[in-house]
Design a protein around this ligand. Structure first.
Ligand code: NAP
Length: 296
């Protein structure tokens, strides 16, 4: 079997177009465009690339964006002061604190200070609670991006066995909430899971979000399973060339799976597209145009 490629790049285009047209309509009505502000602490090269892409996409779709880059050594108080200032700025629709934060800053404490109505990645405890209660204000970007890819390609989750490798607050846990809401039976795995390949082989839909290059080999995959690769890892190949690889051994797994997301061009573009959707959604909520912070 050679797997169908699930192109997140293609699905993301559909959402980006929708956002661009909606923003254009708002501007045509004389309103200011939605405005995303990103706070980055330190100089992590991966984070810098992600932040740059977010700002670039805002520009392409007609959204305003600003960036606040703070020194790695910034104090909790200084960061809190900036967040309070952003919360008080009525022109800002969405506030994203780029993770990970340096070790001296507690991410949960910092994110709890962001106005939940502008929490565009659904990380504030109030929004995480609403997600698990089935009453979301916003949905988390990467997990929602995965759900949209599955929807686009007509892959249902009802009654399916879903196995997620990774239990982070940004991918694994919130994805489990979204998949449960779609009536999948969900297992979340992590570094202490015993016999991971055997658990993974139970999956009809297998999601790899461990951050370990090519962890998922053919041995992890049941014939005909759908495989979603969230991982982004930098690897040097045999020719000394740097390349991006996912958490899945793409070549070997493609022979067994029925469908697979590539890296790059899979989940990554969807994360940014969903961020744009949520920034617009939060804007519409703040302007009384919508009752929640997501959806276009
Ligand atoms: P994270 O916070 O480091 O979490 C990784 C999770 O994987 C943890 O729960 C960890 O288990 C588990 N894990 C690590 N090694 C494992 C192993 N050998 N076997 C089983 N479980 C293992 O990472 P994250 O932020 O969720 O990101 C995961 C990956 O997705 C990274 O490559 C990241 O760059 C990528 N990512 C991509 C996007 C995108 O848009 N494409 C968005 C977000 C993240 P423990 O909890 O036991 O430590």
């Amino acid at each position: 079997m050679t797997a169908q490629i699930l192109s997140g790049k293609e699905v993301a285009q559909k959402f980006r177009k929708r956002v661009r047209l909606r923003v254009q309509k708002l501007v045509d009505r004389g309103l200011k465009p939605p405005h995303l502000t990103v706070v980055q602490v330190g100089d992590d090269p991966g984070s810098t690339v992600y932040v740059r892409n977010k700002v670039k996409t805002c520009k392409k779709l007609g959204l305003e964006s600003t960036m606040h880059k703070l020194e790695e050594s910034v104090s909790r108080e200084e960061l809190s002061t900036l967040i309070q200032k952003l919360n008080a700025d009525a022109d800002i629709s969405g506030i994203l604190v780029q993770l990970p934060l340096p070790a001296h800053l507690n991410a949960t404490e910092i994110i709890s200070e962001v106005d939940p109505a502008r929490d565009v990645d659904c990380l504030h405890p109030a929004n995480v609670g609403r997600l698990w209660l089935g009453d979301s204000f916003v949905t988390p970007c990467t997990p929602q991006g995965i759900i949209e890819i599955l929807d686009h390609y007509g892959i249902g989750l009802k009654g399916k066995r879903a196995v997620i490798i990774g239990r982070s607050n940004i991918v694994g846990k919130p994805l489990a909430a979204l998949m449960l809401a779609r009536h999948a039976t969900v297992t979340i795995c992590h570094s202490r899971t015993v016999d991971l390949p055997a658990v993974a082989r139970e999956a009809d839909v297998l999601v790899a979000a461990a951050g370990k290059a090519e962890l998922v080999t053919a041995e992890y995959v049941k014939d005909g399973a759908v495989v979603i690769d969230v991982g982004v890892n930098r690897k040097v190949d045999e020719d000394g060339e740097k390349k991006l690889v996912g958490d899945v051994d793409f070549t070997a797994v493609s022979e067994k799976a029925s469908a697979i997301t590539p890296v790059p061009g899979g989940v990554g573009p969807m994360t940014i597209a969903m961020l744009m959707v949520n920034t617009l959604g939060c804007y519409e909520y703040q302007h009384g145009l919508s009752e929640q912070g997501f959806g276009t």
